[in-house]
Design a protein around this ligand. Structure first.
Ligand code: UDX
Ligand code: UDX
Length: 458
């Protein structure tokens, strides 16, 4: 079959995989290929057991794979054949040298740009999917055109706003699709080609276009604003605990102001995930680089409050359990950074677990999807941690439960049964405020929510 367009994506991770699966699913006339340097990951994308857990993803992949969706490791061949190349390789925070712990590590990005430049024999549209510092497209253009100026490359910015756990819905019904381009004739033509792809299923009014730099910056700022809301509500949760105010009541009251809105106001153990911290630090680094220290300090405080919230949670466990956790069994309900994903990158659970181990507690970790990653994150601590998928088994004989991930399943467990199986006094620390605290208290638990008065029997 002759396809209308050949689309390639380099990077088959949490962003590249689902995004390309959706394009292929919605556009049967395009051939969509996803390549990755990791052959095990590609084999997994080609199997019945996909490398990531995402509700609804299996069906979308099954519907398109082998028809017009392909996963491959043949990077050179696929670059040659592609008309449009999406790049979604990872851009982690630098761990070395200048900007360590702050700036984005662009080595994979640059390597990919060089590969495209090396193998391409015909004009290509290059689409930045990864989140990048502002003006990266310029660097990419320079790398691409440094060897052979006969092949024309047009670089577009098209940041991905999907959230894990709801990726399929976010891709199918996005609030907006953002496309940044140069405002030149070539740039606008390339932009229109990308608009055409999304217009196969996204209403035109939701596809917005802008210049490249605004598009790149918008992605960083969107994540920074979302994270800032969580840090704002979390900072108030600390005050609620001191004043007997209730964070849920406060969130409800302020969220009904349509200017504030009611989403992303759930107080928690802190935000995790691969994006928020990385992107804010990136923004901080950029601001400092331009000498804008007040702006940098402002955004940095969002990360600081987040760390404070997670630390506070552990300290609260320690002080509430009579200032010692030595030899006590603590069960973590959830390890993923949020519900409906197996992803544990930057999950607050990692810090919480390590701190509890430092306090010489014995840990039991339960999670419906993230135990494989949890074992990797906590490797080296095998003698202090056990992993049990069944929450009832996991909680058995424990002194405390800490709810770290807001999995729905934890809302509807039989807590009387759990209470009976635990050591007494039994403690429950609800780091997500998803449980019925009054009811737990009646059962006999000592209950410690976030941003609300504790309910104790002593
Ligand atoms: C990541 C970041 O989290 C996100 O902020 C950024 O916008 C895009 O990169 P994600 O898809 O979650 O998004 O990353 P990950 O799951 O690590 O996937 C990246 C993939 O790129 C990996 O499978 C990796 O093997 C692949 N890769 C990396 C290449 O194919 N080539 C390389 O040179 C480097
Ligand atoms: C985020 C952005 O939402 C998405 O647009 C972007 O493309 C990638 O980064 P993601 O990290 O996958 O997505 O999940 P998100 O739902 O934003 O949650 C991030 C973290 O914030 C999680 O740890 C979550 O539990 C926490 N959170 C979220 C809260 O603590 N309280 C809230 O009210 C909302």
């Amino acid at each position: 079959m002759k396809f209308e367009k050949n689309i390639l994506c380099i990077g088959a991770g949490y962003v590249g995989g689902p995004t390309m699966a959706m394009i292929a699913y919605k556009c049967p006339l395009y051939k969509v290929t996803v390549v990755d340097i990791d052959s095990t990951k590609i084999a997994s994308w080609n199997s019945d057991s996909l490398p990531i857990y995402e509700p609804g993803l299996d069906e979308i992949v099954e519907g398109a794979r082998g028809r017009n969706l392909f996963f491959s490791t043949e990077i050179e061949k696929e670059i040659k054949q592609a008309d449009i190349i999406f790049v979604s390789v990872n851009t982690p925070t630098k761990t070395f040298g200048s900007g360590a712990g702050m700036a984005a590590d662009l080595q994979y990005w640059e390597k990919t740009a060089r590969e495209i430049g090396q193998y391409a024999e015909s004009p290509k549209i290059i689409v930045e999917k990864s989140t990048l510092p502002v003006r990266t497209a310029l660097a990419m253009e320079r790398i691409l055109t440094s060897n052979d100026t006969r092949v024309h490359f047009e670089v577009l910015s098209n940041p991905e706003f999907l959230a894990e756990g709801s990726a399929i819905n976010d891709l199918e019904n996005p609030d907006r699709v953002l496309i940044g381009s140069r405002q030149t004739e070539h740039g606008l033509r390339a932009r229109d080609e990308l608009v055409e792809i999304y217009a196969n299923w996204v209403p035109r009014e939701r596809i917005i276009t802008s210049d490249t730099w605004s598009s790149e910056l918008s992605k960083l700022v969107a994540n920074a604003f979302l994270a800032q809301r969580i840090s704002s509500i979390n900072s108030i949760s600390a005050l609620c605990e001191k004043t007997d105010a209730n964070i849920s009541e406060v969130a409800k009251a302020i969220g009904m102001d349509s200017r504030i809105g009611n989403k992303f106001l759930n107080s928690s153990v802190g935000f995790g995930g691969s994006c928020f911290k990385k992107d804010i630090l990136n923004l901080v680094y950029l601001s400092r680089n331009y000498g804008l220290h007040e702006s940098a300090d402002y955004w940095e405080s969002v990360v600081r409050i987040n760390e404070y919230q997670t630390k506070r949670f552990v300290l609260n466990m320690l002080t509430s359990m009579f200032n010692t956790l030595v030899g006590k069994k603590v069960c973590l309900f959830g390890f993923a950074f949020k519900a409906n994903t197996g992803d544990t990158r930057e999950s607050p659970a990692i810090y919480i677990a390590k701190r509890l181990i430092e306090e010489k507690a014995e840990l039991v970790v339960t999670d419906p999807k993230a135990l494989k990653n949890a074992k990797i994150d906590l490797s080296g601590n095998e003698s202090n941690v056990s992993y049990i998928e069944d929450p009832y088994e996991a909680a058995k004989g424990c002194h405390a439960i800490a709810v770290v991930t807001e999995w729905d399943l934890y809302r509807s467990l039989d807590y009387e049964r759990i209470y009976r199986s635990m050591m007494k006094p039994a403690f429950i620390f609800d780091g997500r405020n998803i449980l019925d605290h009054e009811r737990l208290f009646e059962i006999g638990f000592n209950v410690f929510p976030i941003g609300k008065s504790k309910l104790t029997h002593f």
